[in-house]
Design a binder for this molecule. Sequence first.
Ligand code: KQY
Length: 366
Amino acid sequence: MRKLTSTPKQDGFRMPGEFEPHRGTYIIWPERPDNWRNGAKPAQKVFTQVANTIGKYEPVTVIVSDGQYQNARHMLNDYVRVVEMSSDDSWVRDCGATFVVNDQGELRGIDWSFNAWGGLVDGLYFPWDKDDRIASKMCELEGANRYRLDDFVLEGGSIHVDGEGTLMVTEECLLSAGRNPQLTKEEIEKVLCEYLNVEKVLWIKEGIYNDETNGHVDNMCNFVRPGVVALAWTDDENDPQYKRSHEAYEYLSNEVDAKGRKLEIHKILTPTPVLITKAESEGVDAVDGTLPRQVGDRLAASYVNYYTGNGFVAVPVFGDPHDELAIKQLQELYPDRVIEPIYAREILLGGGNIHCITQQVPETRK
Ligand code: KQY
């Protein structure tokens, strides 16, 4: 497939909202023992559950190394496609392609530079070159030409669009020293508008407390549909999340989207703080250059890190008293979709959640 030198905006391509119809979704199989405890066995069970659940509604492709191919093929349902591909870890939202479509039903991919959430400044592992090649390989599988940005670092979890000209990001992430420190905020915004074909960028200040991605927006806030957002929330003034959520609410309440609409904001309470246990910490291999998992560390737990697919929403739950409320609220926000709660502590222990381990390919039919 071809590498393009123009931009999606120049060519009339846009990134659809995640709530628009999908051709399918990608997931990468977890295996590295310095991120996933107990040789990634507990994580593999949950990734299997996520893939099998999503596969009931839309085609799923699981990317897996040769070493894990037979195990993954055995664990996953037959309706899940399993393909061998090299990766450094399993966060396809971040290293995978961002797909864009045009009105003629054509699909293209954006292949951002990936540097493991901060490169040599504050990245989470080294090296990351296999991950950086994932987007290009996904484009090959999908038959999509691709826009490659050699000089612009971005992860898919740091953006959310409404498909109608509005993008949401956090300053904490996009202006962090490990991403594009050579560019000003205005220059970053220009690249985003050109490649995602949007006119309005909503800059939320910060994401979820202690999020090792430097506060990805996908853990904090999501478009339910154009003009409507779900925001991670706490009423506990003693929680460091309080200020973050309240500032975001204040900011979004005073903004309009690309179409000039005021935003309808729905507050989704975060679970009670989730801390790493001794057993969980001890199960992770210590390797220089990989973020350690220490007992008592607070994880960036949020229900907003859900995946919206064809006719369903896959929601992480934590065995927390707030689970039920989050499920109820999301069912009200998505009356036409089945809510699929998945106990996702094992994904959270690796540093993200269901949205971070999935990447949708939009439907291209006209
Ligand atoms: O998007 C994400 N939340 C990915 C987190 C990566 C964690 C790597 N240990």
